[in-house]
Design a protein around this ligand. Structure first.
Ligand code: SN0
Length: 312
């Protein structure tokens, strides 16, 4: 594995999951693996789980960590080639990435979709620029289109809780007051497909995800049909891909309630967090024994440790 920015960077998913399982049972078995190695994490956007779990995972392997909120503390970066830099952007990514790469052995980057230009967001220019100029392995800590660290933690969680070999997993859109990226949903779908789960995606009309992530054959517009016999319900809000960045619905009928969960086969409830209680999910669901949100969050450390162990 050269970088970790999507499921396609993973050479052998079963082997990565086996490594994760080993780590989950003995997180402190490799205290010196990262001796004299440094991980740098750059955040262009806020973070709680990603930042702390990645840091914790690095410490478990004896890796030093440097964290920078570039969006707040750093110079504004220019990503356009050939631009005349007489505006407010003080430094080009060509220099910034090369400099940061010379200070570390692995580089994590979080840069959400900007919602100005869909082609630009989906071209993943920021991730590609860091890959090109940093000269060290890159870990996506959530990019414009994907959140692979979260998805790996989600798959680790499903593997630990599944009651059948090929569980039915429903990715359900749920309402939210703000414009949110498609990254978590895109990424969950591509990992669930790679893990060969029986994936069904349900959402109101207009919320179809990009075809490269969710083929039409996996969409079920009727949530009652989608939830029938489900083993896992993964809730997430995203804004429209086709009417890029628009909120087309805030219909509270899409909230994950005990009534919706009753349509399933005693499904577990999942969400990546942070979650808006009683908007995305009713308290009675997230506070029930069926909720795996804290297990997912705990598995973020396991996932990050498995990734770092490969890359270091
Ligand atoms: C981000 C997202 O991609 O949806 C990060 C999830 C891991 N979520 C948010 O930005 C939620 C913000 C909010 O106001 O609820």
């Amino acid at each position: 594995m050269q970088h970790f920015t999507s499921v396609s960077d993973v050479d052998d998913l079963p082997a990565l999951l086996a490594s994760a399982s080993e780590i989950a049972h003995a997180p402190h078995a490799w205290p010196d693996l990262g001796h004299q190695k440094t991980l740098c994490c750059l955040f262009f956007n806020p973070s709680l789980r990603t930042r702390l779990s990645t840091q914790k995972a690095a410490y478990n392997l004896g890796i030093h960590v440097m964290v920078m909120n570039v969006g707040i503390d750093g110079w504004q970066l220019e990503f356009e080639d050939g631009s005349v830099m007489n505006g407010n952007k003080a430094e080009h990514v060509r220099e910034a990435a090369a400099v940061i790469g010379s200070y570390c052995d692995v580089l994590g980057v979080r840069a959400f979709a900007e919602f100005q230009d869909r082609e630009k967001d989906y071209a993943e220019e920021i991730m590609h620029a860091f890959k090109r100029y940093a000269g060290v392995p890159i870990i996506s800590l959530e990019s414009a289109t994907r959140h692979p660290c979260q998805s790996l933690a989600d798959i680790i969680t499903i593997e630990a809780y599944k009651r059948k070999k090929r569980p039915k997993v429903v990715l359900s859109w749920a309402p939210h007051p703000k414009v949110l990226p498609q990254a978590v949903a895109n990424s969950f779908a591509e990992w669930a497909i790679a893990a060969d789960y029986d994936l069904v995606v349900t959402h109101p009309q207009g919320y179809e995800l990009a075809g490269q992530f969710v083929p039409d054959s996996l969409i079920e517009y009727d949530p009652e049909k989608a939830f029938a016999n489900a083993d896992f319900v993964y809730a997430k809000n995203w804004s429209s891909f086709h009417e890029y960045g628009k909120i087309l619905s805030q219909d509270p009928a899409w909230q994950i309630t005990p009534e919706r969960m009753a349509l399933t086969d005693n499904a577990y409830f999942m969400h990546c967090l942070p979650v808006r209680r009683n908007v995305i999910v009713a308290d009675a669901v997230i506070d029930s024994p069926a909720s795996l949100v804290l297990a997912q969050a705990a598995n973020r450390v396991v996932a990050a440790q498995a990734i770092l162990k490969e890359l270091i």
